[in-house]
Structures are given as C-alpha cells and as structure tokens.
Design a binder for this molecule. Structure first.
Ligand code: GLA
Ligand code: CA
Length: 778
C-alpha cells in the first residue's frame, strides 16, 4: 500500500516535470510574409511542413511522430483543429488528454518544430462532417459555412476556446505557431468574401493577431474568395505541374512568397474502392522541384495515422465513406514506421537542410506483438438489447433524437401489404437492413443509390424494422448537410396508391464504448444477425498490433473502452491498427458490434496491416462483360478539338439540347498515345451554369484502370481535381463515357479538366458529344 502511494507520488512528480518541461516558454520569434519569401526573425525562411493530426495519433505517441517528422528533415508541423472532437455537446469543451492540442504544439516546440495551425471551423480532412459538430444539423434550416447567424455564433464560441488554448503559443509570444489558416478551400464550396471576412475576424478576435493569416485553395479557385489582407497558398498533389499550379497566383500577386499548403503525398481510402497509393519518386521530385524554386510546402500527410472510432467522413457524389485507416500512403505509415517513401524523401531533404538545422537519426518504431486468435464466446443480439424507446409520429433523422453517431432502429406496424408493393425509404443514410416480424427482407446501401425494396404479401400488424447504420458524415461540398438515419419519409407504393408510414418507435445505438459494453451477454459464440460480441484476452507484453477482421461482416470495434474503428468485409482495409499504448499487461477486453454477422467470431493480432484487400461483390468498373457502346446512327450534338495543356476548358454547343444521358466520345489524344483521362467534367445548363452532379451515375465507360489505383469513371464527378478517370494500358482510342443524369436537362455545353500533371497525360484532342433522352445502346 505504502509502496503504491510512493509510486503514485513519483509518477505525479514525473508528470509535473514533463508538463513544466513542455510548457516552458521560449524566445519570441517574428514570422512575416516578406517579398517573395517568408521571413523568420527577418531572415528568409522556407517552410517545410509535415502535416499530421493529433486526433489520429494516440497522445502517448505524439512525440514519437513529431520526432519522425523532424528526422525526415522538416522544420514545421501542420495541424488542423477539429471542432467536433472538442465540442461534442454544445458548450461542453474538452481539451484534455487526447484532445490536448496545446500540449501537442508544446511537444513540437520542445522538439524544435514550428506549427502551422488550421483551426477551421471547417477542415474537410476526410473527417466526420469536415470537423463540424453534428448538432449544428439540429437547426433544420442551417446553412453551414455561410453567414447563417447561428453558424457564425457557434463558430465564434468554438474559435474563442481555441484561442484560449493556443493564442499564447504564437511565435511572437514565445510559442511556435507561425501561421494560422482561415477556413479551408472555400473556393471549392461557394463564392462569399463576406463570409471569409467574418471567419478572418473571428480568428483574429480569438487572439490570433501576431502571425500571418492565410487562405488555402486550388489554383482554379483561389481568386474566388481571396481577401486582400490574407496570404494565399495553393493545394495540389504528387505529380502536378508546379508551374501551372502557381501561374495564376504569380500573376495576381507577383511579390507573394509561394507555398503549396497541401502537397498530397498519397490519398485516402474509401470502403469498397481500390487502395490508393502515389509514387514515391514522383512525390520527392515534386518537392525537390519546389525547394529548388524556394517554394514552401506542407506535405499532406507526412503521417496520416488512424481515424479512430466513428470519426471518418465520406465523399459525395457518389456517397462513399472513408476507411478507418488514414495511412494515406504517407511517408510515415499508419503505425509510425519509416517507409521506403520516407527514406527517399529524407535523403532529398538532407540536401536542403536549413543552415543550422540538425536532422536527427530516425527514431525506432514502437515494438510489435502478435495475438493468437481470440475466441468470442459471449454474444448480445442487438434486437434482444433494445435501449429506451422514443416515440415519433413521423420519421425523423437521428439528430432529432439527439443521437450523433451509430445505428438507429425505426419500428412500426404495417397495414395489409399486397405482394409487389414497394417500400420506399427516402433517404437511407447510410446502410439499412429491413425486417418484417424479425425476418430480413433486404439491405439498402446509399453508396449505390438504393432506396426501395419490393415487399412480399404481409398481414396487417406485421412489425416493420428498419435498422440504419450511419457511416461517416460527408466532409466535402454542400453534401456536408448530411443528416443520418432516415431523413425524409418511408412510403408504401403500389400503382395507384402511396401511403406514408407513421407511428414510429425509435431506438438509438450510439458508438460510445460504455453503451457497447453494457449489454446482456450470453455464452454462445456466433449468432445470426446484428449482435455485440465480447471477449477478453491476456497479454504478457503490450505492443502495437493489427486486429484481423477478415472473418467479420460490418461494424465497429472497441478495446479497453477505446473505440478503435470500423470494419467492413468488402475492404480494402481488413485490419485495424491497435496501438500498444492502449493495451494492458494482463487482462484486456474487446467488444465487436457486427451488423451483418461474422463467418467466424475470432480476432487475431497480426504484425502487418492489410489495407489492400478488396472483396466487393460488384465490379468497380462500368462496363459489363461483352458490352460495347453502339453509336452507329447516333448524331453528335457537338464535335471539335480540345486545347492542349493543363487547366479548365469550356465547350459551348450551337444551341441547348435536352436529354437524360450524356456521352463523350474521345477520338484521339493530345500526345497521340492510347490513354484517355479526365479529372473533372461539368455539364452546363441553358444559362451556362453548371448542373448538379449529385445524382449522376456512370452508365458506361469503355475502359477503366483499377489494377494499381483507383481510376474509375466516377472520378470525373467526385469534385476532386486531383483524381481522374483513366483508361487501361493496351486499350486504344476511341474511348467513351456515358453519364446517366438521372433526370432530363437542357444542356448547353460542358467544362472539362484534364489531369494536373505536366503535359496533362491522357488529355483528349478530338471529341464527339451525344445527348439522348433514352439510354444508349450497348
Ligand atoms: C483537401 C482538404 C484536406 C483533405 C485533402 C484530401 O485538400 O483541404 O483537408 O481533405 O483535400 O485528402
Ligand atoms: Ca476528379
């Protein structure tokens, strides 16, 4: 007992010592925007920033990862602040432990690294709702990222809290923060300088007055909202043509220092899509190229880490949720290892060390362990463990029931249902299982636009259960207004009748560990249908490990009360990174919620991740076996030749044409080679405005490359200028793409963006365009 006390006081003393060590203020530094260069204490300074997120790294490992970045040759760490992790309930702020962003900055300072801070309010980042708190959506008419009074009011409250944590850490006050960002890539969202000015003022009023404030955007959008008194920086990825990326900025502001504020080292993974990678040599060459021209950069991500628990976001259109691993193919792997990409980059950065910069040795990775198969013998069926019921006459999204994340069950009684009646669920956010008197009728997946089921004959009084799992909230574009559960209505439809179902009983299954563990578990192992599984396992030694979820269906994992992440049999991610610092010597507890049900209820701990194993039931590409597009007899509405080179181009038809299907036929390439590729494609309405692409579907693409990356045709409308459709090697021209617009529109032309790399590989030259009311013949 006494020994325990002594030990405790020693531990407390140590903790205090570390705390004081990391809170020690250092010499003030001045950081300024000079003429074509940044100035640190009056001297030219190139920012070599490594982006990583405190939320995606266990706090116990923060310093290790900071040191990994320093040993890589970087001088700065770039971070977002994530509003929704700090304010999970309105007005309740948490900056402790894993959320202690100030401590993260102090650790960076202790290790001689500067900080670029990007406090949002919106951060994108493949993070749930782009960092915005879900409870904002309780206001029915909220307009996020606009001058909506409530949005600004809450932003201000949040930013002031960030100010309290971090304003004193600005470099001129003895801290290490050298720049602060205002909003994030707003040009990709809207045109509203007044809003940006409001956010700028909110950031300043929060205390960020002593360092330059900046805006980051794409080269194609930075001028839309660029404020005169802010620094402008440009985001682009590995392979992009650097001259082309900075051309417009140099013209607009010849004296400005240049910075690529997000140089994408890799890319993020979605469920059901090929694992993404980007070539190491090309990445290093791009960074060398920038250093040779004194261009500052931030490498997004230097270390991606893990989006633990339910914090992953989604992109839309098409809806597609993020995997838990945010490895990003970054130089520092998800588990903090130095990859071959790391060593290549380090070698180059060594040659560009700042005067006086000491690049330390690469820190050792944390130890690994293996865990023999853990058998799950305790089971709690979800339907036998319903939480407290909430009654609601109308269907409502989960936010209305004060639920932020997880799974929600909607239950009602059916009237007499004739065979062939359609059950329409509008809209399913995001993955639903439908039951009649406990029997599974079908599943609906938002990723595929599924929203209806044909019912068998059912007696009046049959219990209808719709169990909906919310995956990540959309983190990009207007679709961030992404309410979960069922958002509008549930209807029974026959040829002559539509009945809206009412009188719902609603049950919430949140994602917190305590809720997951507090169930009536029974001995029994694998069971059918949605269930929680629990097991304990003994460890002699702790260490990092990858939980192998290959035999499980779809759901979430908690270990020792920490939410580890999501799994889904379709992949590409099959293992979950389990940091050793959250394991214990002796007994550990693991809880799994599987909404589909496992093949085998066991989990092994592996020493290597599996991030690249897709097991989707449907093809990723958009051409059925043996299909080929028949354009014979079709009359093009436009023919012509595109210009060569990077950047947007617009084509106007002689007059608007009406149709629901759009086909672009490419006849040859600018470089005369066999490949065709398109980064983004918009259609223009009668007034020359871009049509919404929210419901678009690719009907056909003659060829799509998926062998070493994700170059499917839906990349032409995924809103990302750095992702693209590309045909495969060996498939020659002509190439063709058909888009189902899901509705009839008058189309007056299109806007087209080729790839961002030098000479725009795969850029199309001659083309023909067809627009039809009916589907094209294949
Ligand atoms: C943009 C955003 C980032 C991130 C990247 C893609 O540049 O600013 O937050 O979403 O795209 O990873
Ligand atoms: Ca794209």
């Amino acid at each position: 007992m006494r020994f325990k006390k002594l030990l405790t006081s020693v531990l407390v003393a140590c903790a205090l010592l570390t705390a004081s060590c990391t809170s020690q203020k250092q010499e003030p530094h001045q950081f300024e925007v000079g003429n074509k260069t940044f100035l640190l204490d009056g001297k030219p300074f190139i920012i070599k920033a490594a982006e990583m997120h405190y939320t995606r790294i266990p706090a116990e490992y923060w310093e290790h990862r900071i040191q990994m970045c320093k040993a890589l040759g970087m001088n700065t760490i770039c971070i977002y602040a994530f509003w929704n992790i700090h304010e999970q309930r309105p007005g309740e702020f948490n900056f402790k432990g894993q959320n202690d962003i100030a401590e993260f900055c102090r650790l960076a300072q202790k290790n001689g690294m500067y900080i670029m801070l990007r406090p949002g309010p919106y951060v994108c980042s493949e993070w749930e709702m782009g960092g915005l708190p879900w409870w904002l959506l309780k206001k029915k008419d909220i307009q996020l990222r606009t001058n909506d009074a409530y949005f600004l009011e809450r932003t201000k409250i949040y930013m002031n809290e960030i100010g309290k944590q971090l304003a004193d850490l600005q470099a001129p006050r003895g801290g290490n923060i050298i720049m602060v960002q205002v909003e994030n890539e707003y040009g990709g969202y809207a045109v509203d300088k007044e809003y940006i000015a409001n956010i700028r003022d909110i950031v300043r009023e929060a205390g960020f007055t002593d360092v330059p404030l900046f805006q980051c955007d794409w080269s194609s959008t930075f001028q839309l909202n660029g404020l005169d008194d802010l620094l402008w920086t440009i985001n682009f990825g590995t392979g992009a043509n650097i001259d082309a990326q900075f051309k417009a900025l140099k013209e607009a502001r010849p004296e400005t220092p240049l910075m690529c504020s997000e140089f994408w080292s890799g890319w993020f993974d979605h469920w059901g899509r090929k694992h993404e990678t980007r070539d190491a040599e090309t990445m290093v060459a791009g960074m060398r190229d920038m250093l040779d021209r004194n261009i500052s950069f931030s490498l997004y991500m230097a270390h991606g880490g893990t989006t633990f628990g339910h914090w992953g976001g989604a992109n839309c259109p098409p809806y597609s949720a993020m995997c838990s691993s945010y490895d990003y193919d970054a130089p520092i792997s998800e588990a903090g290892w130095a990859t071959p990409k790391y060593h290549k980059l380090r070698e180059m950065l060594m040659q560009y060390a700042d005067s006086g910069q000491v690049i330390p040795d690469v820190p050792q990775p944390y130890p690994l362990i293996e865990i023999p198969a853990i058998q799950f013998e305790e089971t709690a069926r979800l339907f036998d463990n319903l939480p407290e019921v909430k009654e609601s006459e109308d269907i409502k999204p989960m936010e209305e029931f004060d639920q932020g994340w997880g799974t929600i069950l909607y239950r009602t009684k059916l009237p007499d249902v004739k065979e062939g009646t359609v059950l329409l669920i509008d809209e399913v956010h995001d993955w639903a299982q439908v039951y009649a008197d406990g029997k599974l009728l079908g599943r609906l997946d938002r990723r595929r636009g599924e929203n209806s089921l044909t019912l068998p004959a059912l007696k009046a009084g049959t219990q209808l259960d719709i169990l909906v799992e919310a995956m990540g909230r959309v983190n990009f574009d207007y679709a961030i207004h992404d309410r979960k559960g069922i958002t509008e209505k549930v209807e029974l439809r026959t040829d002559d009748n539509r009945t809206t179902l009412k009188g719902w009983q609603v049950y919430s299954f949140p994602t917190d560990a305590v809720f997951a563990a507090r169930k009536e578990f029974h001995k029994g192992g694998k069971t059918d249908g949605p269930a929680y599984y629990r097991a304990s396992f003994e460890l002699k030694e702790t260490g990092d490990v990858f939980l192998d979820m290959q035999t499980w269906g779809k759901g979430m994992v908690w270990v020792n009360g920490k939410a580890i992440g999501r799994f889904w049999e379709i992949g590409p991610q099959q293992t979950l990174y389990m940091p050793g610092c959250w394991l214990k010597k002796g007994k550990n507890e693991i809880v799994v919620l599987d909404l589909l049900g496992p093949d085998k209820a066991e989990v092994k701990g592996l020493t290597q991740p599996i991030l690249d194993m897709l097991r989707t039931e449907e093809p990723l590409t958009h051409r059925k076996e043996g299909e080929s597009l028949n354009l014979k007899g079709e009359k093009p509405v436009a023919t012509g030749k595109m210009a060569a080179g990077n950047g947007w181009q617009e084509v106007k038809f002689a007059r608007p044409v009406k149709g629901s299907y759009f086909c672009l036929e490419a006849l040859d390439a600018q470089d005369g080679k066999e490949t065709a590729s398109i980064a983004e494609l918009y259609l223009l309405d009668e007034n020359g405005k871009t049509l919404s692409r929210q419901n678009w579907q690719i009907d056909y693409a003659d060829s799509e490359s998926t062998s070493w990356g994700n170059y499917t045709a839906d990349k032409v409308y995924d809103l990302q200028e750095s992702t693209y459709w590309s045909t495969t090697r060996g498939a020659g021209y002509p190439h063709a793409l058909v888009i189902n617009l899901k509705g009839e529109y008058a189309i007056s032309g299109f806007r087209y963006l080729p790839r961002a790399e030098e000479n725009a590989p795969g850029a199309i030259k001659s083309y023909k365009v067809y627009v039809k009311e009916e589907p094209f013949v294949k």
